[in-house]
Design a protein around this ligand. Sequence first.
Ligand code: C2O
Length: 535
Amino acid sequence: AAIKKYQFDVQVNNVSRLCHAKPIVTVNGRFPGPTIYVREGDRVLVNVTNHAQYNMSIHWHGLKQYRNGWADGPAYITQCPIKTGNSYTYDFNVTGQRGTLWWHAHIFWLRATVYGAIVIMPKPGTPFPFPQPNREEVILLGEWWHTDVEEVEKQGQKMGLPPNMSDAHTINGKPGPLFPCSEKHTFAMEVESGKTYLLRIINAALNDELFFAIAGHNFTVVEVDAVYTKPFTTEAILIAPGQTTNVLVQANQKPGRYFMAARPFNDAPIPVDNKTATGILQYKGIPNSLLPTLAQLPASNDSEFALNYNKKLRSLNSPKFPADVPQKVDRKLFYTIGFGKDSCPTCVNGTRLLATLNNISFVMPQTALLQAHYFNLKGVFKADFPDKPPKPFNYTGAPLTASLGTSRATRLSKIAFNSTIELVLQDTNLLTVESHPFHLHGYNFFVVGTGIGNFDPVKDPANYNLVDPIERNTAAVPTGGWTAIRFRADNPGVWFMHCHLELHTGWGLKTAFAVEDGPGPDQSVLPPPTDLPPC
Ligand code: C2O
């Protein structure tokens, strides 16, 4: 194992896209930000220095940070922000994980431009459990706004309606030739006939699940969220914000130029977003003048593709990489996802939208929850988040507009160390149905079941996959449906859980788990580092 050191200078730089230049927040002046390359077992030190006039914090999305929430990064959850002119060193070990993850700003909407890849190579002498690629490439999918994202976010808070959509989707920060002035901002990847490439695909978009495909070329999916899968072949992948997907692609077609394309999956009854980011897969020696072949993507509302695709995702579950699925559950949680309204005198129409779990819209505290938990500070949060909604209702029937007693509070759930948890996330028709990619910090979980409509506590568990369910850190709850996850609470600390659609997070679609210390000597939260930003 080695120590890998990185310096992240957070600064403001002018970047031009879609015919306009605008100042954006970057790391080291790069957009997207630098890739972190490490090996399983390494210790990583990332010193973040904030030169920008914004508060900052960086999250290492998908890294488990065992006992070490201090390095997790979500602002006001595990640390207070790094203020202008200050530094903080994220100090963590990469243990028991290999594959693709990513990092991003975890404060307001700043992750719109502050994000990059984390590549974790297996330990030396440990090959991938799939054919060795000749080369690999990081593919970061994102969004681009003309306006300042802080403004868009504020608009989202003040309006009773969703704010503006982004102006483009991007592949490695580039929208591609379907957008104005973007010919020169097109991502291109050169390949050689007969070779195999590993694509490390990351969805860093703020608010869109995306389909991604390359014209004429199939993908073999081999890993998601840094967990190996049973390989399967597909013409396109579906990837939610927060998720990563590794695929093998073979340069086995007639040498030429082929479009790669990313476009939102959108089956909810809200405005449909059809913007398509494109890039080019180019065979070596082929002139740039040749017109590329167009990529075919599933229709933007193709729920069937989504359902089937997610069904094909299975953990590899080999002797070397077993799937340790909790077979018995100590505690069952059932959280409904809905929207609500709140009176707001300064907002348009005097109301604003809230998003809720069990009718509770989470309010961000002023002191980081992990500090309050560790130092036993009173008055920061209440550990009384309900295990289930106040009373059952027809979750996905006709739209419900009546207020179900929506409240705003900083409430979280206390979890006993090493207990096994099952959490069913149930989408509802409270105002409207929609898909929600849920991310849990500090853990991977197993997606043991998913379905459309209301979860049936008798019938549905009988169909759970407890053998090789996909293991990951972010899973979509389907529009008007439910998803059941299981995990063992073996990582003490306070861990954020939220919808990875930034719009919904901002409206309060989040909560946290305070996992208690275990009795053993190595089962408690580590002491905080001395440079932890003060609150
Ligand atoms: Cu990728 Cu809480 O975030």
